[in-house]
Design a protein around this ligand. Sequence first.
Ligand code: 5RP
Length: 212
Amino acid sequence: MSADTEKRAAAEASALLVQDGMRVGLGTGSTVAFLLPALAARGLRGLRCVATSVATERRARELGLPVEPFDALERLDIAIDGADQVAPDRWVVKGGGGAHTREKAVAAAADRFVVIVSADKVVDALHPPVPIEVLRFGAAATLHRLPGAVVREGWPPSPDGGIICDLHAPTDDPAALAARLSAATGVVEHGLFPPGLISDVLVARGADVSSL
Ligand code: 5RP
């Protein structure tokens, strides 16, 4: 079974978790690209959606999903997003699409954060790189203090003006690395998502979807 088939299966399963009137955070990437039509097809009433990227916002609107700025909504009922790696202890790496800063902000605002992945995203242990977004101001100095950080070549700045980078550093202790990156001045956000942020991980293996 192809990864795309599995992405679609996980995305369609997650769309069933959304109910009328919910405030919904929409992630970014090719897995979420399957979520958007599945969600639109449900014809739910009174949804209020927030998008984590320009691409998701555009596609959601095309499909008739109501998207609003993430300025006025204090909480979301649910957020659904893909991932690059999911470890058995549910530490997750995100940011392959460079959207992890907005994705984490949306996930943190959600009562329920659901990660949807194809089986190839499940790993025995996290591995580098870990995406990071760095404040443009003083970026050279920030990167100098982060050995192993490289600017992602050819990538535009994030919608918030940050520089998208990848950190090639050991990930065997994700909590310690996450704490170090969170404390690093000039790092806007990193792509390590802790288990405590994640409510459900839906993994598709073939046509079967199960919780990790
Ligand atoms: C974007 C992300 C994506 O969720 C992650 O890269 C997975 O992407 P895809 O669904 O295309 O495999 O974190 O910043």
